[in-house]
Design a protein around this ligand. Structure first.
Ligand SMILES: Cc1ncc(COP(=O)(O)O)c(C=O)c1O
Length: 387
């Protein structure tokens, strides 16, 4: 059997390879501290689980409309009005199995072969793979540590060509926790308007912003009606990775086509999963804010601890669940550092190169383990690096 040539470019999510290696060590009896996956360690809050169970008992076990059930889309529209100041029409909303699939659906409905998409580097690896799977070309916009890993409008402008079709923005960002400033987002939006581009705004960490940092969405500039497509999901803020629940909000014409594609591939998102989504949005928000506070504290302790280790430097992230540490002064590449740390200290982290060329010299720590385990990891690293 001969696979399509495009199959050779499909790389998936490389951090799962680190998890496999770490689990192998655990099977051999080692105590591994996990920082490699962006997977919250908290359980899904009970009122969300109850929302789903109630829906199951009520018999909500059949096919649902391909774009999502009315009450859930209504909740999403109201939540958007509360958080972003505009209420999208229900025909601007598509419910998907996770935020990841929104990236693919949007690109598949937008790109012709050879079209270019500007993506952040370092950035979430799915962007590259999804663009390649849609026969497009990813064009990296380098983000620098000096600018807090924000996407800068001048770098975006200089990379637009007649082949450019879309820009992907991710703020707060995976892997850096960086937040792009309102002025830069406004300017990037203007560039998208000038060149008639789609602006895909990955806002999966929008509820996860620390201290007095300000989250800004480009959808506030066009009500997601013209060229901004917001993608959001429940995996991170509500600890719902396994539920596979995501949402796209965008221009009607695009959402309509994405809905048809979604119905072709997955038919619909189960209605009882969407009921859990309603419970998450409409229910008490203190559970999510408690988890956020814990991520903030963990990030702070980890950043302080890492900065005590010779050769490692890092700043406090503005949001999300990641600490992106500069390890270049250790003299190791990011892959060598991650291998060394796993072998010598049984600590699993993700090499920065997995997120793009600009990620070289860094490793990503996901703060998805308890403060005690973070402290234990710092102690192990201090021993390893003689601090
Ligand atoms: C930036 C970003 N976008 C999208 C996703 C996908 O999330 P989901 O679990 O909803 O598919 C992730 C998950 O790690 C992410 O970090």
């Amino acid at each position: 059997m001969k696979l399509a040539s495009i199959a050779a470019q499909i790389d998936g999510q490389p951090m799962f390879k680190i998890l496999e290696h770490a689990q192998q060590l655990e099977r051999e009896g080692h105590d591994v501290i996990h920082f490699e996956l962006g997977e919250p360690d908290f359980e899904t809050p009970p009122h969300i689980v109850d929302g789903c169970i109630k829906a199951l008992h009520l018999g909500n076990t059949h096919y649902a409309p391909a774009s999502g059930i009315y009450p859930f889309k209504n909740s999403v529209a109201n939540a958007t009005e509360r958080s972003r100041g505009f209420k999208p029409g229900l025909d601007q909303i598509l419910v998907t199995p996770g935020a990841n699939s929104v990236i693919y659906l949007a690109l598949k409905c937008t790109l012709d072969p050879g079209d270019e998409v500007l993506i952040p580097d370092p950035g979430f690896p799915t962007y590259t793979t999804a663009i390649l799977a849609c026969s497009g070309n990813p064009v990296c916009v380098p983000l620098s540590a000096q600018s807090g890993f924000c996407m800068d409008a001048c770098s975006v402008r200089s990379r637009v060509t007649e082949k450019t079709k879309a820009i992907i923005l991710n703020s707060p960002s995976n892997p850096t926790g960086g937040l792009t400033k309102r002025e830069d987002i406004q300017e990037i939006y203007q560039i998208a308007k000038e060149y008639d581009l789609l602006l895909i705004s990955d806002e999966i960490y929008s509820r996860m912003v620390f201290d007095d940092h300000e989250f800004f969405s480009p959808s506030m500039l066009d009500n997601a009606a013209e060229r901004v497509l917001v993608l959001n999901g429940f995996s991170k803020a509500f600890a719902m990775t396994g539920w596979r629940l995501g949402v796209a909000i965008g221009p009607t014409q695009l959402i309509k086509k994405m809905t048809l594609l979604n119905s072709t591939i997955v038919s619909c998102v189960p209605p009882f999963i969407q009921a859990a989504g309603i419970a998450a949005i409409e229910g008490p928000q203190d559970v999510a804010s408690d988890m956020l506070e814990q991520y903030r504290q963990r990030s702070k302790i980890l950043v302080e601890g890492l900065n005590l280790i010779p050769g490692i430097r890092c700043n406090m992230p503005a949001g999300a669940i990641y600490v992106f540490a500069n390890i270049s002064e250790t003299g190791m590449t990011s892959v060598e550092f991650a291998d060394d740390l796993l072998r010598s200290a049984k600590i699993a982290v993700t090499p920065g190169i997995f997120f793009g060329q600009q990620g070289e010299g860094y490793v990503r720590f996901s703060v998805v383990t308890s403060l005690e385990r973070i402290q234990e990891a710092i102690n192990r690293m201090r021993m390893r690096f003689h601090a």
